[in-house]
Design a binder for this molecule. Structure first.
Ligand SMILES: O=C(O)[C@H](O)[C@@H](O)[C@H](O)[C@H](O)COP(=O)(O)O
Length: 256
């Protein structure tokens, strides 16, 4: 097996260019996936990420009925709660585009009293989507979109947490997330690191120091540095100049 490829970092002069280029990238991935398999699987995160998806609204070539959307990370709150990643994605994107609601796979909040059951139920949704269709032991998402926190966490994989060493489960739960709310479910590394295109999005000067540690000092092993999809998977970073301002890591010109 080949070593994972190095991350590709695209840096954009302003947030608008980032948002537009991210949409272009996603639509190209969608086209390739639909040509190959007739569907497109994408996983989303919360935080500031949903806002970065605005470039998809009205973008030509998006085949919303072919999208199957999952949450790589979700807070265990009702779907209409202000902390819900799903609610944020609906507000920022899904309420503005013609995606069939059954193509958006949410957590089953009725199981919130038993997080193990809730995480299992979500894992079953993934098994339903992937198990018979792809030969791989783990699901291979066409695109997984990630954010990064100040401590280098991504999804709900936090520094020093035991979930970092989960090797079997596809979806795990956490009850002690240092970023509130405490109860969440999250994709595990095996799922993230089987993704075909794993895409971090980071904007603003507040991310600059974190990016230095994650990209220039991967040996420190922050959770985001440990996202290294197995070949032929590839990790990408879409960042704006303020976020990239302290980076030594080489940037690649964005050309699709
Ligand atoms: O639900 C969540 O909280 C996210 O999935 C989380 O992993 C997020 O992506 C990072 O914390 C970055 O958040 P920001 O983009 O808001 O800085």
């Amino acid at each position: 097996m080949h070593a994972p490829s190095a991350p590709i970092v695209y840096s954009f002069v302003n947030p608008e260019e980032l948002v537009d280029s991210l949409a272009t990238f996603i639509v190209k991935a969608q086209k390739e996936s639909i040509e190959k398999k007739g569907r497109f699987t994408i996983a989303l995160s919360g935080g500031s990420l949903p806002k970065q998806l605005g470039g998809l609204v009205g973008k030509p070539g998006v085949k919303w009925d072919k999208w199957q959307v999952y949450y790589a990370d979700e807070r265990v709150v009702p779907l209409d709660h202000e902390d819900s990643n799903h609610r944020l994605c609906v507000e920022e994107l899904f309420s503005k585009v013609p995606i069939p609601s059954q193509n958006i796979h949410t957590i089953d909040y009725s199981l919130a009293d038993d997080l193990e059951e809730l995480a299992d139920a979500y894992e079953k949704e993934l098994i339903h989507e992937f198990a018979q269709k792809d030969a791989a032991r783990f699901p291979v998402f066409d695109v997984i979109l990630l954010g990064v926190g100040p401590d280098g966490h991504t999804v709900s994989l936090f520094p020093g947490h035991e979930l970092l060493s989960e090797e079997d489960r596809w979806v795990a739960y956490i009850t002690d997330s240092p970023k509130p709310p405490a109860q969440r479910i999250t994709f595990t590394y095996p799922v993230i690191n089987h993704g075909a295109r794993v895409v971090f999005v980071a904007s603003g000067a507040g991310k600059a120091d974190t990016l230095v540690t994650v990209l220039d000092k991967p040996e420190e092993g922050l959770p985001a540095s440990r996202v290294r999809p197995i070949t032929p998977g590839q990790v990408y970073w879409f960042v704006d100049e303020p976020a990239a301002s302290k980076l030594q890591y080489p940037r690649t010109a964005f050309r699709l």
